[in-house]
Design a binder for this molecule. Structure first.
Ligand SMILES: C[S@@+](CC[C@H](N)C(=O)[O-])C[C@H]1O[C@@H](n2cnc3c(N)ncnc32)[C@H](O)[C@@H]1O
Length: 225
C-alpha cells in the first residue's frame, strides 16, 4: 500500500468482505474448481451413510460441494452472502436436473439463521467459519446451527488453524483474525473449537491440507445433543 493510501480501518475491512467475495467470484468463475473438495466428498458420504437427508450448507461459494451433496442424493439448502455465485449454482442445478432438491438463500451468517428449530438433519460448511467472523459471532452462529439441527443431527465444518503457514502473516486485526491480500481469515485454536462445541458432542477433529499454499485445515465433526 502506498503512503498516499492509508490502510482501511479493521471495521471497514470486515464490512467490505461481502463485496470483496462478490467481486472475486465474478472475476474467477471457478475459483476453487468444479470438483467437490475432499472435505465435501467425505461429508456427503457420511451424511448419506447415516441416512440423513436435509442438509444446510453454510458458505456454499460457487457450489463445488453443493453439487457433491446433491450428487449423493441429499436435499440441500445452500446459503451464502454472495448472491451472484448462488445464482450460478441455481442455473447449473437447473441444467443438471437437480433444482428440485436445491434451495439457495442469500444471507449473512452474522444474523440469526432464518429457519425453524430442528429443520435440518445435518449442517456442512467448508471454510465459512474461518472467515471474517469474531469469536463471539462464531459462538452465536454455532448456537444457531444447534437450534436449526434436530437432536442427533450432525455438523461438519472446516477451518484454517493456528498451525497454518499464514497464521500471524499480514495485518493483525486481533482475535486471531488476519488480513492478507484483501481477505480476512480467522485462524482457529483448540479453545475456540471447544467453545463452539457447546451443546454438541465433539466427535472428531482431523487435520488436513488443501491447495497449493497449502491451507492447513481442521475438519470438525460434532453431533447435536
Ligand atoms: C473460502 S470461501 C469457501 C466457499 C466454498 N465453501 C468452497 O469451499 O468452495 C468462503 C465463503 O463464505 C462466504 N461468506 C463469508 N462470510 C460470510 C458471511 N458472513 N455470511 C455468509 N457467507 C459468508 C463467502 O462469500 C464465500 O463464499
Amino acid at each position: 500500500m502506498s503512503p498516499e493510501q492509508p490502510a482501511p480501518d479493521p471495521g471497514a475491512l470486515v464490512a467490505g468482505q461481502r463485496q470483496h467475495w462478490e467481486t472475486t467470484f465474478a472475476a474467477n468463475p471457478q475459483m476453487y474448481g468444479t470438483e467437490p473438495s475432499e472435505a465435501g466428498r467425505s461429508a456427503a458420504s457420511r451424511f448419506a451413510a447415516e441416512g440423513l437427508s436435509r442438509v444446510l450448507e453454510l458458505g456454499a461459494g460457487q457450489g463445488r460441494d453443493t453439487f457433491g451433496l446433491l450428487g449423493a442424493g441429499l436435499e440441500v439448502t445452500a446459503l451464502d452472502y454472495a448472491a451472484g455465485s448462488l445464482a450460478g449454482i441455481r442455473d447449473e442445478a437447473g441444467r443438471a436436473g437437480l433444482a428440485g432438491r436445491l434451495t439457495t438463500l442469500t444471507h449473512d451468517v452474522r444474523q440469526p439463521l432464518p429457519f425453524a428449530d430442528a429443520s435440518f438433519d445435518a449442517c456442512y460448511s467448508h471454510m465459512l467459519f474461518t472467515m471474517a467472523l469474531a469469536s463471539d459471532e462464531l459462538a452465536a452462529l454455532a448456537g444457531e446451527v444447534h437450534r436449526v439441527l434436530r437432536p442427533g443431527g450432525l455438523c461438519i465444518y472446516t477451518v484454517r488453524h493456528v498451525g497454518d503457514a499464514h497464521y500471524g502473516a499480514g495485518r493483525d486485526l486481533g482475535d486471531n483474525l488476519f488480513e492478507n491480500g484483501g481477505f480476512v481469515v480467522h485462524f482457529f485454536d483448540r479453545t475456540l473449537v471447544d467453545r463452539l462445541a457447546e451443546g454438541f458432542e465433539l466427535e472428531d477433529l482431523t487435520a488436513f491440507e488443501e491447495g497449493d499454499l497449502p491451507r492447513r485445515l481442521w475438519r470438525i465433526t460434532m453431533r447435536r445433543r
